[in-house]
Design a protein around this ligand. Structure first.
Ligand SMILES: Cc1ncc(COP(=O)(O)O)c(C=O)c1O
Length: 383
């Protein structure tokens, strides 16, 4: 019987994984290694936790079952460890097109590691399909994008990008961190690989780091497993268990996150100290229609520009309920200053072109009463 996403988030693959003592919660196999009976014969099928561990495998199967279209998934210690393996797949001389608005850590990975390894990477606004088509070269091996993107919330048409990639024999890689499998399924829309920072909504409690690669190609998954085992950034059993616990409430949390975000975005639009609101759930947002056609919601990430940098700094200093911190996707509302935090390593010229200025704030709307979030922003904005 095929269960719905809500049910799979709670039960995972439990029907196949009852342990010997019938525990409701899947056990944490907190072990580095597994015994062998005789050479070449181990009972469990597990050898060494860097390579595989039952608690991690259980989480990976749960993610595969909720990320529609996936045939396999791998869990990593962080989102960046997952993204690194994703890029390790390519060879020197391969051309990769990345969307121009990306989490700053990925921009740093590209600048410091991928280019050193000989990858040829161009940044293109993948929301502009004409520009994307023109950027494709004979040796283009992948298109890499976030939608909504971090922090400017650009929306790319996943189906159209997949068509362009596949027309050239290239892969489409989509970072689905902001929407999660509950709101968007890039693989079902034609993408080949989905990346998640599970640190965010999938775990959902701001208490552990994690990352995933999901793919609809079993051969690619096998290669990723070899790369993950070799580079060593796989997820610990305890963190896998925490993320599994978080996923049980993913649908409920996402519903409430989206409701709260819409209330806060509508309020921000009316504020004299706010000059621009970037939220994919606002009808005036460029890409609103594309997002509505390919996703079941706009998520709960909002960026907004205020009138000047003094106002931005005042808000960051004066928030009381909201926490001034990096990261996103947890129960607690977090406010980030991308220019000195998440996107500090993005070259200044690229930041300025995108609008990542000292007037831009990024809000991860949490699960508190939205009235309390608004009142906190209101008091923080006044002199
Ligand atoms: C969209 C996105 N992708 C990937 C990452 C990297 O994930 P992690 O911090 O878990 O390494 C982040 C981190 O903020 C992110 O926002």
């Amino acid at each position: 019987m095929e269960y719905s996403l809500e049910t799979k988030c709670i039960h995972g693959e439990a029907h196949r994984h009852r342990d010997a003592l019938c525990a409701i919660s899947y056990p944490i196999y907190q072990t580095a290694s597994f015994s062998h009976l005789t050479p070449g014969h181990n009972l469990s099928g597990f050898d060494y936790t860097r390579e595989s561990n039952p608690t991690r495998s259980y989480l990976e199967e749960t993610i595969t079952s909720i990320e529609a279209g996936a045939v396999d998934s791998l869990a990593f210690a962080t989102g960046m460890a997952a993204i690194n393996v994703c890029f390790e797949h390519f060879r020197a001389g391969d051309h990769i097109i990345c969307t121009d608005d990306l989490y700053g850590g990925v921009v740093r990975l590209i600048a410091r590691i991928c280019r050193k390894n000989g990858l040829v990477i161009d940044y293109v606004d993948t929301a502009d399909l004409q520009a994307l088509r023109q950027a494709v070269r004979e040796n283009t091996k992948a298109i890499y994008l976030e939608t909504p993107s971090n922090p400017m919330m650009h929306i790319s048409d996943i189906r159209a990008c997949a068509e362009i990639a596949h027309g050239n024999g290239a892969l489409l890689i989509v970072d689905n961190t902001f929407l999660t499998p509950y709101l968007q399924n890039p693989l079902a829309l034609g993408a080949d690989i989905v990346v998640h920072s599970g640190t965010k909504y999938l775990n959902g409690h701001n208490d552990t780091a994690c990352g995933f690669l999901c793919t609809r190609d079993a051969g690619l998954a096998e290669e990723y497993r070899l790369l993950a085992k070799t580079t060593g950034g796989t997820l610990s059993p305890f963190d896998a268990w925490l993320v599994m616990r978080g996923i049980k409430t993913l649908p409920l949390r996402m519903e409430r996150h989206v409701q709260n975000a819409r209330i806060v975005a509508d309020w921000l639009l009316e504020q004299p100290f706010v000059s621009k609101v970037y939220y994919a759930g606002l009808p005036a947002h460029p890409g609103y229609e594309v997002n509505a056609a390919q996703a079941r919601g706009a998520g709960a990430m909002i960026s907004f520009a205020v009138e000047d940098s003094e106002t931005a700094l005042r808000i960051l200093r004066q928030v009381k309920l909201i926490t001034f911190a990096e990261s996103l996707g947890g129960a607690e509302t977090l406010l980030t200053y991308p220019v000195i935090q998440t996107h500090a390593d993005v070259p200044k010229e690229q930041r300025e072109r995108l609008g990542i200025s000292d007037r831009l704030l990024r809000l991860s709307v949490g699960l508190e009463d939205p009235g309390d979030i608004i009142r906190d922003l209101e008091q923080a904005a006044v002199f």
